[in-house]
Each structure stands twice: as structure tokens, then as C-alpha cells.
Design a protein around this ligand. Sequence first.
Ligand SMILES: NC(=O)N[C@@H](CC(=O)O)C(=O)O
Ligand SMILES: [Zn+2]
Ligand SMILES: [Zn+2]
Length: 432
Amino acid sequence: MSAYLIRAVSILGGDATDLLLHGGVVAAIGADLTATGDTGDTVEIDGTGLVALPGLVDLHTHLREPGREDAETVESGTQAAALGGFTAVHAMANTEPVADTAGVVEQVWRLGREAGYCDVYPIGAVTVGLQGQQLAELGAMADSAARVRVFSDDGKCVSDAVLMRRALEYVKAFDGVIAQHAQEPRLTEGAQMNEGELSGRLGLTGWPAVAEEAIIARDCLLTAHVGSRLHVCHVSTAGSVEIVRDAKRKGWNVTAEACPHHLLLTDDLAQTYDPIYKVNPPLRTAADGAALRAGLADGTIDIVATDHAPHPHEDKDCEWAAAAFGMLGLETALSIVQETMVDPGLLDWEGVADRMSYAPARIGRIADHGRPIEVGAPANVVLYDPAARRTVVASESASLSRNTPYAGMELPGRVVATFLRGTATVLDGKLQ
Ligand SMILES: NC(=O)N[C@@H](CC(=O)O)C(=O)O
Ligand SMILES: [Zn+2]
Ligand SMILES: [Zn+2]
């Protein structure tokens, strides 16, 4: 195993220092380090102008395996993750078969280990087959080799209040969390885009903000009532941010995520009728985006999660109403956070480390990720060049799918290297 000596790098925006990764851990930090003795073949990297961040952790990734290996596999998805600076991803349960048993979550966990690009933590389904009828074997998944702590029917809402209550009660035994896709089903039947003046003009069925906010409010109340832990997936409206802010003020155990696309893009893109912009929950208004960015800055929104949702071209290259919901996100997430949060001064690099590494690892209860870069910590590190600029090219993605809404856009920043336990998964911007 090589050692990596990174010269003159800025850890979280601090003064330039040398950083030595060796033996799977951060071996030394300081000026003019020398690679001596037992470090063997040491690779030197010029870190001038680069920021070192803890390896990013995504709490919301769709890897599609098993079942839709035409859209993504654990291998291709974790390659995209590594290129985006991630060292751990949580894999959503809406696969085929659904990850609702110990057998399926162990399979996904094992595939992640075999691929070796990024640690994969499977999320277990809340209900059998995502059908919303009966609780899945939450305890068996928690006790499995995959040690599941996050449960979600993502793609579907656990809309039955009794089931949601039982799930929240059940996971308390092993410190689990229910990650809710907040979408009141009756209020969103046939919904295609954000409900507003524009949806009326375009003739597309609206997805009203209240359909998200009503479920979040209900779940916050349920969580407080049973004393459990709730995580709200892909918060997309200003009203939702207010509800989460209020729940936190009351001391309730609620966390929330925002996705890069909701921070940057707005619903007027639907005017193109290009389903590349079709996502669930939908792109919202500029005011919603501003509220999400403010909530992320003040900590109301705990984390950024990608909701990386690959779809093959036949499910996206069709008319709007027939197209699948979802967009790619892993390889562009850090750049979009830089563009929307860091460059405007809403978040510094310490804040980025918190929202994209420390906090998601804490919510997911994974110990080896989301640790500050200090001597002795596992060497899960990303080197990022914030001064670089790049134009996104869909065909260059490591994902098996091409549904990025950012194709042709110039974005700031570039992931130069990613290290997973001291092994480079990405060097010089290229997969290893
Ligand atoms: N976000 C999406 O638009 N789609 C996700 C499901 C989900 O996250 O709700 C998918 O699995 O494709
Ligand atoms: Zn969802
Ligand atoms: Zn999702």
C-alpha cells in the first residue's frame, strides 16, 4: 500500500500544511513532513491551491442494483461517488427486489465491498415491497451484516400514520431512523411539476407544496409523540424549512436534507418540456431555493444529500408526462454546493464538511466516516480544487445513465483525489 504525502494543502480552508496518509489513517499533519522509514513508496502530491475535506457521505443514493443494472450498478454508482469525492453512500431500498430483507441488504453491502470504490451502507425498506401495508423485517436488517440503521420507502411515502408511528417506535430499539419521502399521495395524484401559475399555463398537473409540508408536519408530531428519530428526505419548499425549524426549536429529534438540484434549479425549467428536469419532489420556485439555502446555512437543514437517481435513456428521452422522475447527482454535488453556498458566502469549508460528511455520517450512525482530518483518523479524504472550472459533459459520467440536468453548464471546482482508508480511488481527477 502506498503512502500519500500531500504538500501545502489547506485543510478546510486553513493555512497550507503537509498531510501524510499512511497505513489507512492520517499519519501526520504539519510543515515540511518527510516520508521516511516504513512509509515505503510514497507518492507526493502538490496540494497548492487545494482544499482537503473529509470524505463525503451521501445519505441518499439510488444504486439500482439489484434489478435495474441497465440504469446503474453498485460498481458504476460507487465509481461516480468516488469521482464526486464520496467515501460512503447510503443505498436506497427501491430496488427490484426491494431491499426489505436481511438477504437483500447483505447482498448490496457485499457488492459495495467487492467494488471497493466507496463504502456502501444499504437502507432498508420500511414496509414490505414498499407497499405501505405491513412493516418489513426492520430488526433482521438491523442485525444483519449490513447493520442497517436508516430505513426508508423512498420513492414512496409512508402515508399511513399508524404504520409510520409503528416504524418510528420499532427503530428506537437499535437507534435507527426513518427517512421519509414526504408526499401526500392523494394531493399528488398524477402530479408532474410544482403547482403554481406555471403548471397551469403548461398544462401539467401540479404537485403542491402542501403535499410535502402536511406529511412533514405530521411526522414531526409523531416523532415527538413516540420519542424517536425522523429524517426528512429532499426538503424542497420554504414552508417545509419553517416546519423543520419549528420542530428543532421544540427540541424534537428531526433532521433534514436538501438536494443540490433544489438549491440551484427552479421550476421555470419545466417550460422546456425537457424531462431531464423532472424530479420528485419537483423543482420549486426561486423563493423556495433561497429558503433552502438559508436553512442549510443556519443548520435547520442538516445535510446535503444527492438523491442520485439514474434512469436509462428510454425512461427519460420521452414526453414529459411519460418520463421517470429523477436526476444524477453524485459527480456534481460538491460543485453545486460551492456555487450555491460557498461562493456566495453562506457556508465555509468547515460548514461543507459538516453538511456533507460529519452530519450525514452521524445521522446514518456510521463511525468510520465523517471524522475530522486529524492524526489517527481513518484516511477518508478528498482533495478539491475550488479554483478550477469545468463544463459538464453527460457522456463523461461514470454512471451507466446520462440524466444529468447540468450537461453543458460550467460549474466551479474539481475533485482532484479521493482516498478511502488511505487508498486512492481517484487521482488527478481519474478513477483508479
Ligand atoms: N427523486 C426521484 O425523482 N426519483 C427517485 C425516487 C425518490 O427519491 O423519490 C428514483 O428512485 O428515481
Ligand atoms: Zn424520494
Ligand atoms: Zn430518492
